[in-house]
Design a protein around this ligand. Structure first.
Ligand code: MZP
Length: 498
């Protein structure tokens, strides 16, 4: 046998040491954009994420509802593959056909109408969005768009004429005071707007939020209406029925596939990747692996990204059942080193996804600092309204159901198969509850806030910078105690806070 005598490490054993924080380094300036698929040095990846988050390929986590909610925030879901091919393809179709209710009114509104006219029309027609054109016709020059999620409650519409609020290139939106920047971004994205005016209680213009690519479209804002962008979505596949499943998913419009397996260092994965590459123009990730050899094998097979992690998932009992796996931090550090070496040698950058075992928000920042390009989370997303499972009252607390793909409930034998009978011989996952935590967006905003703030502590405005600059220290078992509240008697109120 070969021995690895260094202990296998987990995220909780590390901390980040702050670097100089310059004055321009504040959370509002932090960019979390990250590549999803491999690309050549000097080129751009064909698919990127605006935030480094993906939701796990699990029945209890990623259906079409979760996929839309997460894509709206800039991440990606991988729809679970442990369902029939038709059902999975249907979920993909639902995500791809999701339109955020952009309806251009056929009415003849011109700038001379007041906003109350517009709101009345929206109310009457049920249109979520109304366009104002110069001559009041559908083909007339577009002057503005009125929309807003709470317009139905707005009994006191703006009395000022529409045109007072409009420039030829700005679209008008009735927002509400206290809207967050990410809510604003979602509205801009959903409604394909150039900019979003936010108004206060008295309906006075408070703020204007612009799209990032506003300048590109300044000359012809109509361009933003024909770009019929849909939400990005991924899907899990297995190494058994891929010849039937992949064509159906591609036909449904999937953007990226991932082979979902607890152990990806196998000839079946190579065959699956090669089949997809030879027959389809779709990106495919592979995994999971925990070392250099496994990573290189999948990359040389053609994988567009590689997923890292065995046995660290919150619902996973693989390590107890089979004694295989590796501490997530150790696995990630070794695979990242192999990826960086591969990049030096070939000029091809292969993104790495750190999958499973994220318990605290800071674990995500650590994974990114250690070189992961994005993380995959199961437990984290299972707690939200948008996950597909039941919300129950257990004792005095609301919980959501969360079960592993290797549990008897999911019976995802394809994920664990090593060439035996077509069934789950023993469980590698548990069926559990997780504390209910509310809406995805609210929680994600908090987590992103923490990540951006930590990045500023580390003097980094981008994930690339974080990877380069991060200084990471191992902590001793005794110093872990120092990290929490200690030597004080906690009040009831602090005990219930998260
Ligand atoms: P976590 O975010 O809940 O800690 O981990 C989620 C990850 O656990 C999934 O993305 C997947 O890789 C893994 N998983 C899913 N089901 C099982 C199981 O039943 C499992 N053992 O380990």
């Amino acid at each position: 046998a070969t021995y690895f005598m260094e202990p296998s490490r987990t995220f909780s054993e590390f901390l980040l040491i702050p670097n100089l924080t310059t004055k321009d380094c504040n959370p509002a300036n932090v960019d979390l954009k990250t590549p999803l698929v491999k690309f050549k040095k000097g080129e751009e990846p064909s698919i990127s994420l605006n935030i480094p988050f993906s939701s796990a390929v699990m029945q209890a986590v990623s259906d079409n509802g979760m996929a839309v909610a997460l894509a709206r925030c800039g991440g990606i879901s991988f729809i679970y593959g442990s369902q029939s091919i038709e059902e999975e393809a249907e979920m993909i179709r639902k995500v791809k056909s999701y339109k955020a209710g952009f309806v251009v009114s056929r009415s003849n509104l011109t700038p001379d109408h007041t906003l109350s006219d517009v709101l009345e029309l929206k109310e009457r027609t049920g249109h979520s969005t109304v366009a104002i054109t110069e001559d009041g016709t559908e083909n007339g020059k577009l002057l503005g768009i009125v929309t807003g999620r709470d317009y139905r409650r707005s009994r006191d519409p703006l009395s000022k004429p529409v045109r007072e609020f409009m420039t030829p290139y700005a679209k008008l939106v009735v927002g509400k005071t206290g809207i967050t920047l990410s809510e604003a971004n979602n509205l801009i994205w959903d409604h394909k707007l150039n900019c979003l005016p936010i108004v206060d209680e008295q309906q006075k213009l408070e703020n204007l939020v612009f799209r990032k690519d506003y300048d590109e479209h300044k000359e012809n804002p109509l361009e933003l209406l024909d770009t019929n962008k849909s939400y990005i979505v991924g899907a899990g596949i297995n190494t058994k029925d891929y010849m039937e499943r992949v064509p159906a998913l591609v036909e449904a419009g999937v953007d990226v596939l991932v082979i979902d397996s607890s152990d990806g260092y196998s000839e079946w994965q190579r065959e699956t990747v090669q089949f997809v590459k030879a027959n389809f123009d779709v990106k495919i990730g592979a995994g999971n692996v925990v070392d250099r050899e496994g990573f290189l094998y999948l990359v040389e097979s053609g994988a567009d990204f590689v997923k890292v992690g065995i046995g660290g998932g919150s619902i996973c009992i693989t390590r107890e059942q089979k004694g295989i796996g590796r501490g997530q931090a150790s696995a990630l550090m070794e695979v990242v080193a192999a990826r960086d070496e591969y990049f030096q040698e070939t000029g091809i950058y292969v993104p790495i996804c750190s999958d499973g075992g994220i318990v605290y928000d800071y674990h995500i920042t650590l994974a990114l600092a250690m070189g992961a390009d994005f993380v995959m989370l199961g437990r984290y997303f299972a707690r939200f309204d948008e996950s597909p499972t039941r919300k129950l009252l257990v004792g005095n607390n609301f919980v959501k159901e969360y079960w592993g793909e290797g549990s008897n409930r999911a019976r995802n034998w394809q994920r664990y198969d090593t060439g035996g009978k077509s069934k789950l011989l023993f469980e590698e996952g548990v069926d559990s509850y997780v504390p209910y935590a509310g809406s995805l967006q609210e929680n994600l905003d908090k987590t992103l806030g923490k990540i951006k703030s930590t990045m500023c502590n580390c003097g980094s405005l981008s994930l690339d910078e974080l990877k380069q600059k991060a200084r990471i220290t191992l902590v001793s078992a005794t110093s872990l105690v120092e990290g929490g509240a200690h030597d004080v008697i906690l009040k009831e109120s602090s005990l219930s806070e998260d």
